[in-house]
Write a protein that binds this ligand. Structure first.
Ligand SMILES: Cc1cc2nc3c(=O)[nH]c(=O)nc-3n(C[C@H](O)[C@H](O)[C@H](O)COP(=O)(O)OP(=O)(O)OC[C@H]3O[C@@H](n4cnc5c(N)ncnc54)[C@H](O)[C@@H]3O)c2cc1C
Ligand SMILES: *[C@@H]1O[C@H](CO)[C@@H](O)[C@H](O)[C@H]1NC(C)=O
Ligand SMILES: *[C@@H]1O[C@H](CO)[C@@H](O)[C@H](O)[C@H]1NC(C)=O
Ligand SMILES: *[C@@H]1O[C@H](CO)[C@@H](O)[C@H](O)[C@H]1NC(C)=O
Ligand SMILES: *[C@@H]1O[C@H](CO)[C@@H](O)[C@H](O)[C@H]1NC(C)=O
Ligand SMILES: *[C@@H]1O[C@H](CO)[C@@H](O)[C@H](O)[C@H]1NC(C)=O
Ligand SMILES: *[C@@H]1O[C@H](CO)[C@@H](O)[C@H](O)[C@H]1NC(C)=O
Ligand SMILES: *[C@@H]1O[C@H](CO)[C@@H](O)[C@H](O)[C@H]1NC(C)=O
Ligand SMILES: *[C@@H]1O[C@H](CO)[C@@H](O)[C@H](O)[C@H]1NC(C)=O
Ligand SMILES: *[C@@H]1O[C@H](CO)[C@@H](O)[C@H](O)[C@H]1NC(C)=O
Ligand SMILES: *[C@@H]1O[C@H](CO)[C@@H](O)[C@H](O)[C@H]1NC(C)=O
Ligand SMILES: *[C@@H]1O[C@H](CO)[C@@H](O)[C@H](O)[C@H]1NC(C)=O
Ligand SMILES: *[C@@H]1O[C@H](CO)[C@@H](O)[C@H](O)[C@H]1NC(C)=O
Length: 570
């Protein structure tokens, strides 16, 4: 590994164009420091696309703000993640398009136009670059550094902490970096010629549905995210935070499957990083958090031969919460065995039911029965307490067909809310499963069965990822949501409820962490919770590769050096 130092930056002369020394605050829209029209036209001359002026998703419903928009389209597509990600100013969780002033007033652009009558810009960035190439990203980064702008990187806008938006900011929108290149004998830069991978290289804007379609054409499958419509980004925040998948118990997490990353630094330098060059940055980009070290322009992932997949779906109707606690507790207790057997999947609770959907690649019919029968037998013992169950099995000829069956349609975005999550370790599932179930039943939460198995076998120090993942089997989630127009006082009340679930789950599992990509702005001891013992090393790598401190996001590595709004350095 070749060390990268500030001296080498000086040698290239890049540092000379950096921000004024001793800067404390970033520049936001409306301030006198904001670039004027002729400065923006200079930027325009350096990039391939017209500069963008993002608007909130509902702007088309306010002719005064967006005269050419079509509100019917907006209403029809509001909850569609693929549609939302195609709009530079739309966030998947619309509350992050709004901005709450200290006095409680919310600047918003609600879909329901009668609530305020006007479309406010809220937290949506005001101007930015629709990047299509590395050169576009470099021009945008140089411009932001030169003018000490508050910068955000937005890919799909799925971030659960609103980190792809910031009021008055300049945005680098990666959505249209859509290149996909499949290479059955990919050799990382700097690697010996015989180190080959059957791999696919995805541009920063590729989304999971596109990646899956592409590798399926070659008879391959890959570790990736799952959401209705497949709208989550495949090479942005997902990988930066860790990247979980129903295939993770068999093949590891996203960070375990990335073999090379390309990235533009705040200095404007473009690096290709992997285990052979800049391996410290490669390590940090795999789990050390999004928008912290640089702007990723592509990721190369391993692919696997497409295999047949078994599906196991379970649903139980439950009469009351004490029965629910017993059933959910036992399910948690069974998880380690399920994931070690190769099952991965997703589950949810409502006030009257528990359901989950498991999948396993390349499992025989006999193994399906053998690995689920004890659980089914157990659930039948609850029949006298009014629990009714359905167990459903199905074989799919390929992973892709399983994915199409469950995720190709449906919607799950466009709802205001915040979530918290917790990674439950093997130890917790062995010893605290009843206590965990109590919290989960109380919040009517979700759970992702995406740890265990291979995830737990990989060296915790092989990636910057939170080491808590290497003990984790299940990720639980609790959340709150609210309709447009909810007053800030009521929203604060919802967030207090969220905080109380955070506290309850933390108290039961003080040694387990949380997934930085599916969490709230209120996690206890966030550095430890999200990054564990890797925090200090990640901070060193951040400081080394981002000397201009361009990249800062809420609860990201190094963000403790900034004020609450992440505008001024402390
Ligand atoms: C409906 C839904 C389903 C989900 N399913 C899964 C799942 O199955 N598995 C899973 O692990 N997670 C899942 N997530 C969580 C998901 O991983 C995170 O929301 C993730 O941050 C999304 O990344 P993005 O690039 O798509 O979104 P964005 O909001 O655009 O970006 C997220 C963060 O990464 C930064 N970022 C984005 N691109 C870059 C880049 N090129 N360079 C540097 N920084 C960048 C942004 O600045 C932001 O801070 C899901 C989320 C939702 C809302
Ligand atoms: C824009 O700002 C630059 C730098 O401050 C200044 O030199 C230039 O005159 C300004 N241009 C206009 C049109 O105001
Ligand atoms: C808006 O879109 C809808 C559906 O696509 C279409 O029927 C309608 O004519 C459009 N309205 C305008 C004003 O373009
Ligand atoms: C949005 O909704 C309209 C119907 O109004 C539909 O025709 C169109 O396909 C949708 N667009 C997207 C991108 O989903
Ligand atoms: C709250 O503060 C904002 C921004 O300063 C201001 O525009 C708004 O009028 C204030 N609202 C109230 C109710 O005072
Ligand atoms: C829009 O908001 C108004 C005022 O609160 C309310 O009466 C109406 O029902 C809302 N409309 C929809 C479609 O939610
Ligand atoms: C995308 O692929 C095309 C064709 O191979 C190539 O010309 C272009 O440079 C690539 N873009 C990026 C950003 O890699
Ligand atoms: C920085 O901004 C100044 C003033 O607008 C401009 O003259 C200069 O070319 C810019 N430098 C870079 C590297 O963009
Ligand atoms: C590549 O070749 C070297 C030298 O012949 C050998 O030591 C190494 O094991 C090979 N690696 C792989 C991945 O085949
Ligand atoms: C799939 O399972 C069969 C046996 O059931 C085994 O022979 C084969 O190696 C497995 N394939 C993969 C890719 O794991
Ligand atoms: C489940 O119950 C059936 C029928 O009572 C029994 O034959 C089987 O051995 C049990 N299996 C397990 C794993 O408990
Ligand atoms: C829950 O249901 C079970 C079985 O019907 C019953 O024994 C128990 O008393 C109920 N508990 C509550 C709190 O209603
Ligand atoms: C649960 O209840 C619903 C509605 O009463 C019913 O349609 C469904 O079949 C039941 N499911 C199970 C697993 O008993």
């Amino acid at each position: 590994m070749k060390p990268f130092t500030v001296l080498s930056l000086l040698a290239t002369g890049v540092l000379a164009a950096g921000p004024p020394s001793g800067f404390r605050c970033l520049c936001t829209y409306g301030q006198s420091c904001w670039p004027n029209a002729s400065e923006f036209s200079q930027l325009q001359s350096q990039v391939s696309q017209p500069l963008i002026h993002p608007l909130p998703a509902a702007s088309a419903c306010y002719p005064a703000s967006d005269p050419s928009g079509n509100c019917t389209d907006v209403i029809e597509n509001w909850t569609d993640g693929v549609w939302r990600s195609s709009i530079p100013g739309a966030m998947q969780t619309p509350n992050f398009e709004t901005f709450m002033f200290k006095n409680g007033t919310i600047d918003s652009c609600y879909l329901n136009t009668t609530l305020t009558g006007t479309c406010g810009q809220g937290g949506v960035p005001v101007i930015g670059v629709d990047v299509r190439s590395v050169a576009d990203v470099q021009a945008a980064v140089n411009f932001a550094v030169n003018h000490t702008l508050k910068l955000v990187v937005k890919n799909t806008g799925h971030d659960y902490m609103g980190r792809s938006a910031a009021r008055g900011s300049f945005v680098v929108w990666t959505h249209n970096m859509k290149n996909i290149t499949y290479e059955p004998t990919f050799v990382p830069q700097g690697a010996p010629a015989n180190e080959t991978y059957d791999a696919v290289t995805l541009g920063a804007g590729v989304q999971w549905y596109e990646a899956y379609d592409a590798v399926n054409l070659h008879g391959r499958m890959m570790v990736g995210g799952a959401s209705a419509g497949g709208s989550v980004g495949a090479a942005g925040g997902w990988l930066a935070g860790g990247g979980h998948s129903a295939l993770a118990p068999s093949y590891g997490l996203g960070v375990d499957n990335a073999v090379e990353i390309t990235v533009v630094l705040s200095t404007g330098e473009y690096l290709t990083v992997n285990n052979h060059q800049h391996s410290d940055l490669f390590w940090a980009l795999r789990g050390g958090g999004g928008s912290t070290y640089g702007i990723v322009t592509s990721v190369t992932y391993r692919t696997y031969p497409s295999l047949p997949v078994q599906l196991y779906m379970f649903k139980a109707n439950i009469t009351n919460s004490s029965v629910a606690q017993e059933l959910v507790g036992e399910l948690m207790h069974y998880q380690t065995q399920f994931t070690d057997d190769g099952w991965g999947g997703y589950g949810e609770l409502s006030n009257a039911s528990l359901s989950f959907s498991y999948m396993a690649p390349n499992m025989t019919n006999e193994a399906v029965i053998a690995t689920t029968q004890a659980w089914i037998n157990y659930t039948q013992t609850l029949e006298p307490q009014g629990v009714t169950t359905i167990n459903l099995y199905r074989t799919f000829p390929s992973w892709y067909e399983w994915y199409q069956y469950l995720f190709s349609t449906g919607v799950q975005n466009g709802i205001n809310g915040q979530i918290t999550s917790r990674l439950l370790s093997r130890d917790t599932l062995e010893n605290k499963y009843k206590e965990v179930a109590e919290v989960l039943v109380d919040c009517q939460g979700l759970f992702n069965m995406i740890g265990g198995g291979k995830v737990n076998q990989i060296d915790p120090n092989s990636a910057g990822l939170n080491p808590a993942w290497r003990k984790a089997v299940v990720e639980t989630m609790c959340g709150v949501s609210w309709p447009d127009g909810t007053p800030s006082k009521e929203i604060e009340g919802m967030l207090d409820q969220l905080k109380s679930w955070i506290k309850s789950m933390y108290d039961v599992t003080p040694n387990d962490g949380a997934y930085v990509n599916e969490a709230s702005l209120f996690e206890i001891d966030w550095q430890q919770t999200f990054f564990g013992s890797h925090y200090g090393t990640l901070k060193g790598i951040k400081d080394k590769y981002d000397p201009y401190k361009l990249f800062v996001v809420h609860e990201g590595v190094g963000s403790e050096e900034w004020n609450k709004d992440l505008i001024c350095r402390l």
